[in-house]
Design a protein around this ligand. Structure first.
Ligand code: F6P
Length: 366
């Protein structure tokens, strides 16, 4: 049974933001303070706020985290995807292990347990911290990429897919008006979940994802077929992690010296224009996929995850991640999740559906 002592629970968001993070925080606060009478604090900017003095955190209660939070995109706590405390980038260009500073801050603030809302990369780092500092930890999966192992859905994915589908709905009439092939480049890193879901929901003729090889001839054959059917335009969705036909990644170097995916839509647009003889245009959706009001599915997921995460702490079931499996919320060992990427597998039922619709999804068959 849950212990009755008043705990101090800390919640943080880490890694890239997405829609639905505030909804998780709201659910955590509601369950912890109303259900168990605990104190809840929100840590600022992932673990970065704990490296600072004074420590950066806010007191949370149901007045601070009301129903309006359910509707807000982003994370009001702030987050970072660059602050690995085990190899923290210092101003002089060196990397420093600052993990003990965070553990010291956790003790100083009297934190009894922590809920970390993160993706596969950030959860791996926070688990390592928790183990080193003996910090009771429960994780909540979030990422538009939906690549967290052992959960069908992560918070933020559904909203991102909705954004992509809206983009396809807007691209279709302009494609038809100008007799064009429109290529939509979407995020997802090395996983094709966003592209696959958005392409099916948005009526794409071709969907290219990193997990399945394609040929330009294969895409051309599909576009030729569309033309032969009498349709004057086509829609394509490509995941940012898709390589060129010869296998090279398409990337952009950013001002922070990090290389990120970007540009495969442009590459395909150039290649296909030459091959198909049709006018092509590409759109890179970028970070609009991460922002905006969370969809109803993400709000439901976030709310169920937040409540379950607090209940796990109440029952002292630590080192676990809440997950969505089948028809509801459950939990899995964090050890089996952290650092593993969930890709689209060849037996994914949605791939079969896509092929059944006549969509070109690359050359590999399940
Ligand atoms: O992991 C989420 C994600 O949005 C990826 O889909 C994308 O490749 C990456 O983050 C972008 O990172 P940043 O916000 O650092 O540009």
């Amino acid at each position: 049974m849950p212990k009755s002592r008043r705990k101090t629970l800390a919640v943080l968001t880490s890694g890239g933001d997405c829609a639905g993070l505030n909804a998780v925080i709201r659910a955590v606060v509601a369950r912890a303070s109303e259900g168990y009478g605990w104190r809840v604090i929100g840590l600022k900017d992932g673990t970065l706020g704990l490296m600072q003095k004074p420590r950066q955190f806010v007191e949370l209660d149901v007045n601070v985290c009301g129903g309006d939070m359910l509707r807000q995109g982003g994370t009001f706590l702030g987050t970072t995807n660059k602050g690995d405390p085990f190899a923290f980038p210092m101003q002089d260009g060196t990397k420093k292990d600052r993990s003990n500073e965070i553990i010291e801050a956790v003790r100083e603030l009297g934190i009894d347990a922590m809920i970390a809302i993160g993706g596969d990369g950030s959860l791996r780092i926070i688990r390592k911290l928790a183990q080193q500092g003996n910090i009771p930890l429960v994780a909540v999966p979030k990422t538009i990429d939906n690549d967290v192992h052992l959960t069908q859905y992560a918070v933020g994915f559904n909203t991102a897919v909705d954004v992509c589908v809206e983009a396809l709905d807007r691209l279709q009439p302009t494609a038809a008006s100008h007799h064009r092939v429109m290529i939509l480049e979407v995020m997802g890193r090395d996983a094709g979940h966003i592209a696959l879901h958005a392409g099916v929901a948005g009526g794409a003729d071709a969907i290219l994802i990193p997990e399945i090889p394609y040929t330009l001839e294969g895409v051309k054959a599909k576009l030729d077929k569309v033309k032969a059917s009498g349709r004057n335009h086509a829609l394509m969705v490509v995941a940012e992690g898709v390589k060129t036909e010869t296998g090279g990644p398409v990337t952009v170097a950013h001002s922070d010296a990090q290389v990120r995916y970007g540009g495969i839509g442009h590459y395909l647009s150039d290649q296909l224009a030459k091959m198909v003889g049709a006018e092509t245009r590409y759109t890179v959706l970028g970070h609009v996929q991460r922002g905006g009001t969370p969809s109803s599915s993400d709000r439901v997921l976030a709310s169920a995850f937040g409540v379950h995460a607090v209940d796990l702490i109440a029952y002292e079931r630590y080192d676990r991640m809440v997950a969505w499996q089948g028809r509801g919320v459950t939990d899995v060992p964090l050890a089996e999740v952290a650092g593993v990427t969930r890709s689209v597998t060849l037996d994914d039922p949605l791939l079969r559906s896509a092929r059944g619709l006549g969509i070109y999804v690359g050359e590999a068959k399940a």
